[in-house]
Design a protein around this ligand. Structure first.
Ligand SMILES: [Zn+2]
Ligand SMILES: [Zn+2]
Length: 163
């Protein structure tokens, strides 16, 4: 079933024509601030698979922690933040806020990022990868998602070679 969502006032609705490449729970300060919450849940997906209806969302630009441009898109009528676009290499992708889905429970975070600013009372689930900042896609993404990006999975390294 396709993932669908909308803003609070229903002016903007959207549909994702593919599965997300990956689902991030981001605990960075920017995400905490713009959501007013402990972390954001983002569906990382190719822009071409996001089909939006209604008035064009408005946007503003944040300078990300890495200095990268971060455009945040929201409904001009109700102010709901719907998705973000990160400039540079990932211009062809959107990060859709899972809280705006009709059924937010249909996705689960695949990875937790920027846990260095995670609120202390948030307990991360066992067995889900978590990183203090970002990570190498090849370490976490499924082969199918890497393939959509034109990347190859990392060769498995023997345990002894770690660390
Ligand atoms: Zn709205
Ligand atoms: Zn973030």
């Amino acid at each position: 079933m396709a993932l669908t969502g909308r803003c609070a006032c229903r002016a903007i609705t959207y549909r994702l024509r593919a599965k997300p490449l990956i689902v991030h729970a981001c605990h960075c300060r920017d995400c905490q601030r713009i959501t007013g919450s402990a972390f954001v849940i983002n569906l990382w997906i190719e822009r071409k698979f996001l089909e939006a209806a209604g008035p064009a969302p408005q946007s503003f630009t944040l300078q990300g922690g890495s200095g990268r441009r971060h455009d945040v898109f929201f409904c001009g009528a109700c102010g709901t933040y719907l998705w973000s676009v990160y400039g540079g290499a990932s211009d062809n992708f959107v990060f859709v806020r899972a809280g705006t889905l009709e059924r937010p429970a249909s996705v689960t975070p695949d990875v937790h990022i920027f846990t260095r600013s995670k609120l202390p009372w948030v307990v991360l689930p066992e067995g889900v990868p978590a990183f203090r900042s970002f990570y190498r896609l090849e370490q976490v993404w499924s082969a199918a998602s890497l393939e959509r990006l034109g990347r190859r999975p990392a060769a498995t390294r023997p345990r002894a070679a770690r660390g």
